[in-house]
Design a protein around this ligand. Structure first.
Ligand SMILES: [Zn+2]
Length: 699
């Protein structure tokens, strides 16, 4: 829609209005990005935003000569507004090729780390040293939250982001520009009234939100991958990925709190600097304190501590900085840290308790997770009696034994975890944990897949899995079965009425009504809900099947590419991998799923029950005869302007590129063709004249 509209609107225009429109759209989008990602105060609906975004994207496609690397469309993974958690698995539009390794970047000003203090007296030592170094001077302090993330530097030259790097050893870091560009709150171009300085190097911390961390670990555990130990590890691991398209799916964000090299700008105080960075569109700490005395610093740190769980990220203390930057040079630095700042770290919230037992849970995908059953203990405002142990390797690595006194930490309120064992409290009665070799629920033998740390019960009829599977099947995002709640799922499985989801479609009124707490009307409601689910979209069924790593988004993508279940069941891994966003692992999972006799039987029963397994009209991927074909134009055509020829190709799904390569489908040669024609001949690429081209597009 947007595309054709834009075409009609701009056809025949000279370049000037187009350029103006592009400039305007970019400014608008940058402004709304900032409102959404940095200020957290969106002013327009996602839909209106998408409209602006797509108009810009279409124009840039149509006029590639105006596409610049700082356009908001060039944020890797940029598509539309998405909440941080939704970034996991978000559709990918752009992004470079994976790197073999990171380039190194030399920091022109070293990236120092801060000295840590843990007590009031150490903090006082810091203050007294400053008094000695600055006799008779008046200075103030700034207190900021100490974010538990990964330190980074962003270098802007004339307002454009040129490099983003890690701290590394403080002198040399990794060039992770492409990865940092995926973070929406990092502007590719500085905004604001004032002209940007020649050089502005800013420093800050990349973090993963707590919610994002929980989501990403759940996805990893379901996929049998090692979960991240804490949000900081998750953020660090994400920034180290060599494929920025993967980074774009990680829920990362940034806070900027410092500077490196500057040219054409200077700041007298830290507070002034933060204010300036904010006007440039950078995300600075939402909360900080200006303090005139050490007492005020103490109060600020106390206040920060009480509010630490209200931040979307983890903090592990506060940072105290001298506000007056004019003193920095005089104060200097030790080998490692500046003398004008110090970190004050809070004691992590930790408790010691007895590990009574280790039980094993079976997840929906059959993954077995050891869980610590604890003597109840108060921690960070709640009572903890269980903690995940992630997997058997972790139990072994930490040498956790049943009966041990263990240390429990709540990683920023996220998930209670066992961080260690008080080995001195052992009395010899402790027992080593061994992963059972049979599923604790169904008794079938468990297996470990190649390359995975997780153990699984592969029995699809396993009641533990079955219950979770049925819940997933009936959930709102999947088959959306009204009246089939968790308790009823348990009842149906326990009463042996349902052994897989297809049995739902064979339930009889009298057997449902005979269940405990079940009245005739609610039985009828359930059966009606089940009957209604037969009409759900094809992708919902695909999602409901619970194929590993096939989420709602992937299921929708599959529906775009396949008319129904039969062609999908016949797809080879190679064929599946042709689909954008489809990695080799997912392709293999889908293929394997349909190779299993058990699953094929299940599909057959769904078909027999009358469940919709065909693509909904309109869900097909928009495409034309020339989809996936690249054209190169050279020389002048008689009946088409260059633009018209390009539009004709694009209207049929084809693409136009500037240079000839082996990938080129055809070179359209008009009068006085250039060197592209020679190149086409050398490479053996098909050359067509205007008449042949016309025939092709009119066919
Ligand atoms: Zn089992």
């Amino acid at each position: 829609m947007a595309f054709t509209h834009a075409l009609r609107y701009y056809a025949g225009m000279s370049d000037k209005p187009v350029q103006d429109r592009i400039r305007k759209l970019r400014a608008e989008i940058e402004r709304h990005n900032h409102l959404y990602y940095v200020a957290n105060q969106p002013q327009i609906s996602d839909r209106d935003y998408d409209r602006l975004y797509h108009e810009l994207e279409d124009l840039e496609k149509q006029y590639p000569q105006f596409l610049t690397p700082d356009s908001p469309t060039q944020h890797v993974g940029a598509t539309q507004h998405m909440g941080a958690t939704q970034h996991v698995g978000a559709t990918q539009r752009m992004g470079g090729v994976p790197l073999a390794e990171f380039e190194q970047v030399r920091h022109r000003l070293p990236m120092m780390s801060l000295d840590n203090t843990y007590s009031q007296s150490e903090l006082m030592n810091f203050h007294e040293r400053l008094l000695r170094l600055l006799p008779g001077q008046v200075f103030t302090y700034i207190v900021e939250p100490k974010i538990d993330g990964v330190a980074i530097t962003l270098r802007y030259e004339h307002g454009r982001l040129v490099t983003g790097s890690t701290r590394g050893d403080g002198t040399m870091g990794d060039n992770i520009t492409a990865n940092l560009q995926t973070i929406r709150s990092i502007p590719l171009k500085l905004c604001g009234e004032r002209p940007p300085p020649a050089v502005l190097e800013v420093r800050g911390e990349v973090y993963m939100t707590r919610d994002g961390f929980v989501t990403i670990n759940r996805v990893r555990e379901e996929a049998g991958e090692e979960p991240f130990a804490n949000p900081r590890n998750a953020a660090a691991g994400s920034l180290k990925l060599l494929d920025s398209r993967q980074v774009a799916r990680r829920p990362l964000d940034v806070i900027i709190y410092g500077i490196g090299e500057l040219e054409g700008i200077a700041f007298d105080t830290h507070a002034q600097m933060l204010a300036a960075l904010k006007t440039f569109g950078l995300k600075i700490p939402a909360k900080f304190w200006t303090c005139r005395s050490m007492d005020a610093v103490r109060v600020a740190l106390e206040e920060l501590k009480t509010m630490q769980h209200t931040f979307p990220f983890e903090i592990d203390g506060g940072v105290i900085k001298v506000n007056e930057r004019t003193f920095y040079e005089k104060l200097g630095a030790t080998a490692k840290s500046p003398r004008w700042a110090v970190a004050f770290k809070y004691e992590s919230e930790r408790a010691e308790t007895r590990l009574k037992a280790i039980t094993v849970q079976v997840g929906r995908t059959g993954v077995l997770t050891p869980v610590a059953e604890l003597e109840p203990v108060a921690l960070a405002g709640s009572t903890i009696n269980r903690a995940t142990l992630h997997n058997a390797d972790e139990v072994k690595r930490k040498d956790i034994r049943v009966g041990d006194q263990v240390y429990v930490e709540k990683a920023g309120e996220v998930i209670p975890a066992i961080v260690g064992v008080n080995t001195s409290a052992r009395n010899g009665q402790e027992r080593l944990f061994r992963m059972p070799n049979k599923c604790p629920v169904c008794g079938e033998p468990i297996t470990q897949r190649e390359g995975e740390v997780a153990y699984r019960c592969e029995n699809l009829q396993c009641p533990a899995q079955l219950k979770r599977w049925l819940r997933h099947f009936a959930a709102r995002g999947a088959m959306d079965i009204d009246g089939l709640g968790d308790a009823l799922v348990d009842q149906l499985v326990d009463a042996n009425l349902v052994a897989d989801p297809t049995d739902l479609y064979r339930l009889r009124h009298e057997s449902v009504a005979a269940l405990e707490h079940m009245a005739a009307t609610s039985a009828q409601n359930l059966l009606d809900g089940i009957a209604a689910s037969k009409q759900r979209d094809f992708w919902r069924v695909l999602f409901a099947l619970g194929i590993r790593q096939v989420g709602a988004k992937m299921a929708q993508t599959l529906e775009q590419h396949y008319t129904g279940i039969e062609p999908l069941m016949q797809a080879t891994p190679d064929e599946l991998q042709q689909i954008r966003d489809m990695g080799p692992v997912v392709a293999k999972n889908i293929y394997n799923y349909f190779q299993t006799a058990q699953n094929r039987g299940l599909i057959q029963r769904l078909q027999k029950a009358g469940v919709n397994l065909k693509r909904t009209a309109g869900a097909a991927l928009k495409s034309g005869r020339l989809t996936g074909k690249f054209f190169v134009l050279t020389g002048a055509l008689e009946n088409f302007s260059r633009d018209q020829a390009e539009q004709a190709i694009r209207a049929l799904g084809g693409e136009v590129s500037a240079s000839v390569s082996k990938k080129t489908f055809g070179v359209v040669a008009g009068a006085e063709p250039g060197s592209k024609l020679d190149k086409a001949r050398t490479l053996g690429v098909r050359v067509m004249n205007e008449a042949e081209f016309e025939k092709l597009i009119r066919a």
